[in-house]
Design a protein around this ligand. Structure first.
Ligand code: HEM
Length: 479
């Protein structure tokens, strides 16, 4: 049923496993002309012709794309040890050995990768770590609700509001302080530009990664952009780190947050900057886009909105923001089902982050060559009609009384990935996202501004990036 049962770009003889099927590559460029952008939608459309495991040649690089749950299982579970390496994006102005000292981009067998993942798991994302943040979350979300109460009937940029709130939640977990202010309408703009600049430079279709002779020229300016934006990001927290170091050296301090953990463990300034840069870039956009898209989906689906408001009124009433309710939020509530349904339809990292094959391996009857890039199109898998009834409908009910979860065991639903590379921030996102959505929906009704941005709102749902700007709505307080 697919165009090529045999790979048109395979060079192997007929007895050895072949490359997965794919379009015939041109000399030098390979299939670059077939894709233009590396978007999940383009790759999904190509997979309709070439099948759920597809191979492209982009310049000198082999790229393998999985678009079904059974190939996702092969990649993220069966062959996880071999396929969980990563290339350093060429926009990052660091050498491989610097990355291995500093970054989440290093490989799972590198000590520093294990060290930072363990530190984050134990100090930030364990039940104990999350419990110790619960009061602070409550405080930040209450500030957001109070701010909105003062804006009743006015147009509010919800995207910006959520950005500032989430940024402050994370900055308090890391540094015990707000970096942005809600009242300044908003303080987030500039910081958001830095953050998005870094993400865009990292995820852009960077031709020099595929045609190595172009590598040193940076003619798309991505390395320059990454460097400039990172320096600006770091300058946000550098004074706080300096101050804390001095306090620690003077002996006049008691451990209060993640920064203290890193300082006690002897992290130097370069390591601290890189770790926080990566935690902010990986955590903020993904979390805010999930919140915003859920609000939009609920507004487009009034039955789901009513059902959720009813649940919030009866189960939580005014107490949604209390500690003990926070803990309950992870169970089988409609609120949680709404979040899952958004993540199924709009996973913020639709192709995950690119994995690399550490060595050649076999996946079913195909070969994945050493150093190939490996992508899993979790966006396509979440819409696969053989897995989901009416896949394009927003129907949170499908998750009620279902054991289906996003923790990396159900390969038809992988917004956080699975295996060694699974998102380390999952436990935090799984609690903060419903808390913010629950508060926005429990305490307010939402309408679009009269000279509406209906088209924008639909565009946002179709958008292939996480940019949802501006996303303006009018709140009315609920009793
Ligand atoms: C709804 C929210 C989120 C989603 C859907 C999400 C999803 C993902 C995905 C798909 C990956 C790539 C996994 C792979 O390559 O196989 C990833 C990696 C990562 N995420 Fe998240 N994420 C979210 C929130 C967060 C938060 C809140 C943090 C931290 C505070 C975070 C930190 C990271 C880091 C550091 C990595 C890189 C891990 C590594 O390569 O070892 N994420 N995330």
């Amino acid at each position: 049923i697919y165009k090529h049962k045999k790979s048109s770009n395979s060079t192997s003889n007929s007895n050895s496993p072949q490359l997965p099927p794919g379009p015939t590559p041109w000399p030098i460029l390979g299939n670059i002309h077939h894709i233009k952008t590396m978007s999940h939608v383009t790759l999904y459309n190509l997979a309709k012709s070439y099948g759920p495991l597809m191979s492209l040649k982009l310049g000198t690089k082999r790229v393998i794309i999985a678009s079904s749950s059974s190939f996702a299982l092969q990649i993220l579970k069966v062959n996880d040890r071999i396929l969980s390496a990563r290339d350093v994006p060429s926009a990052v102005p660091l050498t491989r050995s610097e990355i291995d000292q500093l970054s989440f981009w290093s490989d799972p067998w590198i000590d520093q990768w294990k060290n930072i993942r363990t530190k984050c798991r134990v100090e930030l994302f364990s039940s104990k770590g999350l419990d110790s943040q619960a009061r602070m979350w409550e405080e930040k979300v209450t500030e957001m609700v109070e701010y909105l109460r003062g804006k009743e009937g006015m147009v509010v940029d919800v995207e910006e509001l959520v950005f500032v709130t989430i940024f402050n939640v994370f900055s308090n977990a890391y540094f015990s302080r707000d970096f942005l202010k809600l009242e300044e309408e908003f303080g987030g703009n500039e910081v958001r530009v830095f953050l998005r600049g870094i993400i865009e430079a990292l995820l852009a279709f960077n031709v020099s990664e595929f045609i190595p002779v172009l590598g040193k020229f940076d003619f798309q300016g991505l390395r320059k952009k990454h460097k400039e934006m990172s320096i600006k990001m770091h300058s946000l927290w550098e004074p706080a780190v300096k101050e804390r170091r001095e306090k620690m050296e003077s002996g006049n301090y008691s451990k209060q947050d993640f920064l203290d953990t890193l300082l006690e463990d002897g992290f130097n300034d370069v390591q601290i900057n890189k770790l926080f840069e990566e935690l902010f870039t990986a955590g903020i956009d993904t979390t805010t886009s999930t919140i915003n898209r859920t609000i939009i989906e609920l507004m487009n689906n009034p039955d789901s909105m009513n059902k959720l408001q009813h649940e919030l009124d009866t189960e939580f009433n005014q107490e949604l923001l209390s500690n003990c309710n926070l803990l309950q939020l992870s169970t089988n509530y409609y609120l949680q089902a709404c979040v899952k349904e958004t993540l199924r339809l709009h996973p913020p990292a639709p192709l995950l982050l690119p994995h690399r094959a550490r060595e050649t391996c076999q996946v079913m009857n195909y070969t994945i060559p050493q150093n190939a890039h490996v992508l899993v199109n979790v966006w396509a898998i979440g819409r696969d009609p053989s897995m989901w009834d009416e896949p394009l409908e927003y129907r949170p009910e499908r998750f009620i009384d279902s054991s289906l979860d996003f923790k990396g065991n159900d390969f038809e639903f992988l917004p956080f990935s699975a295996g060694r590379r699974i998102c380390p921030g999952l436990p935090m996102a799984a609690k903060i996202v419903p808390l913010v959505i629950g508060s926005l929906i429990r305490f307010f009704n939402w309408t679009r501004p009269p000279h509406g941005n209906d088209a924008d709102v639909h565009e946002v749902l179709r958008a292939t990036s996480n940019m949802i700007h501006p996303f303006q709505l009018i709140p009315t307080a609920r009793k």
